[in-house]
Design a protein around this ligand. Sequence first.
Ligand code: AMP
Length: 442
Amino acid sequence: MIINFSNFKLRNELLKVIKEINYIRPTPIQIKCIPLLLNKYDVLGIAKTGSGKTASYVLPILNSITINSLQCLVLVPTRELAIQIKDNFLLFSKYLKFKILSLYGGQKYNIQLSKLKNNPNIIISTPGRLIDYIKRRNLINFNNIKFLVLDEVDEMFCKGFIDDVKFILSNINVKHQTALFSATICNNIKNIIKKFMLFPKEINLLLNKKKFDNIPKNIKQYYCLFYSYNDKINFLINFLEVEKFKAVIIFVKTKSYTLKLSNLLQKKGYNCSSLNGDMNQNLREKNINDLRNGNINILVATDIAARGLDINNVNLVINYDLPIDFKYYIHRIGRTGRANNIGKTILFINKRDIKIVYLLQKKLNIKINKIYPPNKNILLKIRIKKIMNFIEYYINKKNNNDFFYKNILTNILKKYNFINNEKINLILLNFIYDNLFLNKKI
Ligand code: AMP
């Protein structure tokens, strides 16, 4: 039987938005979770990255709450996720009058305080900032909470948040529904979590014929062997040259390396920024928005970007440094291939660590194919094409009075017949590429 959103008997105001944003059918996790949450069950929802988990709780919550008081609390592990989920609530409540607030560290207290005094109906928060408000200011009244959601719940319980979460939960003494979501969850955490729920319904869409099936099929996974530090950086630069990406996230291990690598790529002419937990909040938000809006197309990030971020144009994820465990591998690569879009991932791996690829494949029941860094011929072709396009663009540019360069470029074009002549002088080509094109000296 084909299920449509209209089968859920949601408010017209919600169905109207669903139509406007062109969600044709609910995704499998939505088909399972929306009716359960509407029927007042507690739910533990486990499904692949990018499979529509957010709407599977946002819709039933917006369908069930009223505008009278604070009725929903959503806890998330990162600030970026708090903002993104708030945006989801805002999107779906376009025709409803709910007050929605996100709280997170790094944002000024006075801004958040004035919004808190405005009696929000829904709060999306990271644990730390919420505890601040509970302990110091006693400003939040949980007496009417109907829904508690923990998104990326395993992260919330693993990453030292467990006491914070327990403290928050101990402040919510009214009967409410609890919904917990993640793409990864182990049995240990599952047992702890279930203590916070009442007869929960577990929806696990990862179990496929008794084998784990965690990763969307539309993500093509590769690994690339490198032998030295120089290899690694050169391979990365070469991949960036040939891969057709709209936006790419490059994951590295340390905060300082996000800056170092992004500076290096900027110097090579790429529109690139970094993201790490030491950066101030405004910059973090700006860099994420820049990637979302296409102002930049490369983000070099620590694992702070690994969980939950939904940026549709990310069609390439590069694991430049190894993830700390297989869960992080799943979440990192899940930043691409969202909502059934095609995605590609490349894991850089030292020859000594090749067994990690075999382990990942075995543990996650996936195939990671070997990929070789682009060879000289491919690079040459790509460079010729790029330079040709650039030179033509430059020559044809209106109001371009820079006759000096214009003449040089026109002569180069004529003399070397870039398109047809494969024997082109490689040194000259690379010189032009490095000095004129990448460094944007013209
Ligand atoms: P999520 O897993 O909640 O982060 O969602 C991943 C992506 O899927 C987001 O970009 C959503 O806008 C999109 N999405 C969620 N539900 C649907 C649906 N029913 N139809 C089409 N796209 C959807």
